[in-house]
Design a protein around this ligand. Structure first.
Ligand code: AMP
Length: 272
């Protein structure tokens, strides 16, 4: 497994690489959810490139950038086991030299939900992912549906800017009690970890129409969550669900003490 820390070194390898490349961008602190993206790429016969970069521009001033878990040695072990061909592991200085001043912004799908509660977040995400696409030069990139809004924003960026690659969304990997795997789950106390299962329980109840948004919101607050949003939206454009759309998703974000968790479930209309 090759490891590259500079753009120049990666480019030298890429120049001689004739195979199609499958790309999995991450912020590290890898878990089985990340591994499922790596396997999706490997299973399609693609040479697989993983990037690990905790991107400062997608964190707000009061968010957890400096505290975000960094577990490089373990990440490289997981990558090796998953059959990764190359890892791109740049420093902050490599990606944002002192005079850096160019940003990419999607202006519709990035407005509601996390866009409302994390100003500047998606601008940071689209900027870094666009630049990683330019560096890595993949045929295909894999993203988790756990971050569904992120996936939809990035798909729109690829479409609007005619980028020469396709994106694939990979289903959310969950713990046995339904909690979506996340690098941030490690911040949860034992008690909060148990309470966090109420996210998926409520999302599935809303999806089955066995709960109302009011009762689900109340239940989550009773479990200790400070709910930011709990909303159903059309996955085509993230407009509020009308009941007429082919596919919608129910989105959640909230804090359990200091830890912010997000999740969603996708709801397909039968016979449409
Ligand atoms: P992150 O390192 O949190 O930025 O995530 C890197 C990629 O892994 C993103 O495309 C995430 O959507 C994806 N991912 C994170 N958690 C999961 C999960 N539980 N199941 C599937 N994909 C995930």
């Amino acid at each position: 497994m090759k490891i590259f820390r500079t753009i120049q070194d990666y480019r030298a390898w890429r120049a001689d690489e004739k195979s199609r490349i499958g790309f999995v961008p991450t912020m590290g602190a890898l878990h089985d959810g990340h591994a499922s993206l790596l396997h999706a790429s490997r299973d399609q016969g693609l040479k697989t490139v993983l990037s690990i970069f905790v991107n400062p521009t997608q964190f707000g001033p009061n968010e957890d950038f400096s505290k975000y878990p960094r577990t490089e040695e373990k990440d490289l072990e997981i990558a090796k086991v998953a059959g990764v061909d190359a890892v791109f592991l740049p420093s902050v200085e490599e990606m944002y030299p002192e005079n850096y001043s160019t940003y990419i912004e999607e202006t519709r799908l990035s407005v509601p939900l996390c866009g409302k509660f994390r100003p500047g977040h998606f601008r940071g995400v689209t900027t870094i992912v666009y630049r990683l696409f330019q560096i890595i030069q993949p045929s295909k990139a894999f993203f988790g549906l756990k971050d569904l809004q992120q996936f939809l924003v990035l798909k729109k960026m690829v479409e609007d800017l005619n980028l020469p690659l396709t994106l694939e969304g990979v289903p959310t990997l969950r713990e046995p009690d339904g909690l979506a795997l996340s690098s941030r789950n490690r911040y949860l106390s034992t008690e909060d970890r148990l309470r966090a299962a109420s996210i998926y329980r409520n999302l599935t109840a809303l999806c089955d129409r066995t709960a109302t948004f009011e009762s689900a919101w109340q239940d989550l607050e009773k479990q200790g969550f400070k709910v930011q949003y709990l909303e159903e939206r059309n996955t085509a454009d993230l407009s509020p669900a009308s009941g007429e759309e082919k596919e919608s998703a129910i989105f959640f974000a909230g804090f359990l003490n200091q830890t912010r968790l997000i999740d969603n479930v996708i709801r397909r209309k039968p016979n449409l």
